[in-house]
Design a protein around this ligand. Structure first.
Ligand code: AMP
Ligand code: ZN
Length: 313
């Protein structure tokens, strides 16, 4: 009896952290995050973790939670919300690669008791759904961890084998920075995004010999009264780069489009008109300015030549 008592005291002394920590984690999901409560874990990164629900609507019912306690969606910081949805995409993709039935799925988040939230730690449900599934049980059936673990193992294995996601192409507005050489593939995307496919066909038929890079509106400015006009200069540069000598009408159209673009960006006309006059005077292909009309088609041997500063956009 005495030995048992000493052993019990020793256990309490040896495990104070665990005992105290258990007491300081009243939140069930914080307990799982901290490893003080068992969970059938599927995924974890530096912001979120995912485990199986102990009351699954269907096998493979996953809950994604932020590691830091947040009561509901509104308390989850934006970067963590993204981490939750990124994880959801990958976990769904993984579930679909297992033999779990998943003809469709629900992403569900209940916020507040009135909306059916029973655990006050934000969580995103991934619920696999399938044709012919049994009706829901109320109250839900609780499942043992022993039953959940093989399901979690399947999803973990599928996640590990999942190919990396192809990065999202940049938004059309995210133009390459000033001075950076732009590959033809990106030029094609930009032309498509800005409705300039005629220009792209001209480039594709006969790509200019020099690589394309924009200097925006250097020689003038790239910002006026706090508004960037880089986009207008970039597109104008592209048209100039692809131009052929003698295309006077095309050049006038490009200059007029620059004026329109600048006027729209600045929501005023004076600077747009001034720039139009500037490029009309300075942009001609007769001048050996670095950004004169058709600069992409000028012979490469002249690349090192010093050009007088051009009055260009
Ligand atoms: P909600 O009604 O949206 O708050 O959902 C709560 C979910 O958490 C339900 O799917 C419950 O089955 C699940 N759940 C509750 N306690 C645990 C736990 N200890 N481990 C895993 N899932 C849990
Ligand atoms: Zn919590």
């Amino acid at each position: 009896m005495f030995r048992f008592f000493v052993g019990f005291i020793a256990l309490v002394i040896l495990l104070p952290g665990a005992v105290v920590a258990e007491e300081t984690q009243p939140c069930v999901f914080c307990g799982i995050v901290a490893g003080q409560r068992e969970g059938a874990t599927v995924y974890r990164d530096d912001r979120v973790m995912a485990f199986l629900s102990i009351g699954p609507r269907n096998p493979g019912h996953v809950l994604i939670v932020p590691l830091l306690h947040a009561a509901d969606f509104m308390e989850v910081p934006p970067g963590t919300v993204h981490a939750m949805t990124d994880a959801a995409r990958r976990i769904v993709a993984a579930i679909k690669r297992t033999d779990l039935q998943c003809d469709g799925f629900q992403l569900q988040m209940n916020n507040g008791v009135a909306a059916g939230q029973t655990v006050p730690h934000a969580h995103l449900h991934i619920i696999p759904r399938y044709v012919g599934e049994p009706p829901p049980k109320t109250p839900e059936d609780r499942v043992s961890l022993a039953e959940l673990e093989p399901v979690a193992a399947k999803i973990r294995a599928a996640l590990a084998a999942l190919p990396a996601e192809t990065p999202e192409p940049p938004l059309p507005s995210a133009l390459p920075p000033m001075g950076e050489v732009v590959p033809l593939s990106r030029i094609k995307e930009i032309c498509a995004a800005y409705g300039m496919m005629d220009l792209w066909r001209k480039i594709e038929r006969d790509p200019p010999v020099r690589p394309f890079k924009s200097d925006g509106c250097t020689g003038w400015f790239n910002e006026w009264k706090g508004i960037s006009i880089y986009q207008a200069g970039f597109l104008h540069d592209l048209k100039y780069w692809a131009g052929y000598p003698g295309e006077e009408v095309e050049r006038l159209v490009a200059d007029a489009e620059l004026m329109n673009d600048v006027a729209r960006l600045l929501k005023s006309t004076a600077m747009a008109e001034t720039m139009f006059h500037g490029v009309r005077m300075g942009g001609t292909d007769k001048l050996s300015a670095s950004f004169s009309w058709g600069f992409g088609r000028k012979p490469l041997e002249r690349a090192g030549a010093t050009h007088p500063a051009a009055a260009k956009p």
